[in-house]
Design a protein around this ligand. Sequence first.
Ligand SMILES: NC(=O)c1ccc[n+]([C@@H]2O[C@H](COP(=O)([O-])OP(=O)(O)OC[C@H]3O[C@@H](n4cnc5c(N)ncnc54)[C@H](O)[C@@H]3O)[C@@H](O)[C@H]2O)c1
Length: 383
Amino acid sequence: MRTVRLGIIGCGLIGREFASATARWSHLTEMNVRPEIVAVCRRHPELLKWYTDNFDSIELATDDHRELLACDAVEAVYCAVPHNLHEQFYCDTIEAGKHLLGEKPFGIDKPANDAILSCIREHPEVFVRCSSQMPFCPAVQRIGDMIEAGAFGRIIEVNTGFLHSSDLNPDKPINWKRTIAINGEYGCMGDLGMHACHVPFRAGWRPLNVRACLSNIMKVRPDGEGNSVPCETWDNAVLLCECVDGQTGETFPWTMKTQRIAPGEMNTWYLEILGTRASARFSLKNPRLLEVMEYGGGEQAWQKIDMGYQTAFKAITGGIFEFGFPDAILQMWAGFLYELANARPLKKFAGCVTPEETALSHRLFTAALESQETCTTVALPEA
Ligand SMILES: NC(=O)c1ccc[n+]([C@@H]2O[C@H](COP(=O)([O-])OP(=O)(O)OC[C@H]3O[C@@H](n4cnc5c(N)ncnc54)[C@H](O)[C@@H]3O)[C@@H](O)[C@H]2O)c1
């Protein structure tokens, strides 16, 4: 069993989820690699105590990411910092020779993403991926198997999205994800978009052009100190793309919604694929349910399948039990470390987002901003 010693930079909301996943690695039964957290870095020290209280393996707790990167014990880094820091922190990590699992959007904008990809090209010995956990849900793994098997026939239409609702509350105080300076011009696309892109991109479906409709619904928010301050980011994005299937050359429409103000939707990630021979849909609104329709010329009937714990990486949990958010994070970690240790993913849809897939997302979101600005359909540039 190979041990990969990890540093975590950015120990906020999602950093703790990752740390907790490493603490239950014994959940996985067939891994030939395991993580061990040896260093943590966060600007504000309060939460570091949670890490040092819970992980005896931590040798270094610092507020300086360069100190963590200089630590010889660290082989790989999980970096979950605000978007304005991605370029600097990811490039520093890669240049320090540490493998990297970064967070989306993998650069606050396209120039930042370009700089990260150029740094990766200069350091081919470093393994770099971007996080995206939803494809590890059992129903999505099943849909991935169907895509690999060519089960859908000709693709008629694809619909993906990620919907949140808490910003419907006008009294919710502003945070960094609602500012252009820290979250970026993409707004909700930068924060939520990668989640909605990963499966189509991995399937080899490439957007050729986009017509975007972006909305800034709440233009002011409380700052938590009794003031009302501008809230400048896009709350909701609806994208209509003409997409090409890389295998067949056929084109089809793809709609992608990323919304922070989707009434009633707490954390709804969804995927719908309609094809000439089969169709499938899944939504986190009803996370056990996979709907599939196979068509061979007879009755057109949707099947409702209760998915249990049929995961890509085998686990101790019985197959009939429910799968949840911490399980998806654990599976994604397994996907990252498996690919790092074995130089290939376990299977096509059991790997994290590649740097090239992040670059495609930046071409899409940048074109979407132009589409909104010009009220036109904008072609995506070639890679
Ligand atoms: N995969 C997912 O589902 C998911 C969910 C939420 C957030 N994210 C991504 O994770 C990243 C972080 O988001 P979050 O919600 O955890 O944010 P957060 O605000 O909760 O945490 C950010 C962390 O970065 C640290 N930080 C800020 N400046 C720093 C500096 N100069 N040096 C060291 N540490 C610094 C903060 O101390 C904090 O610990 C973003 O890229 C976000 O898009 C991913």
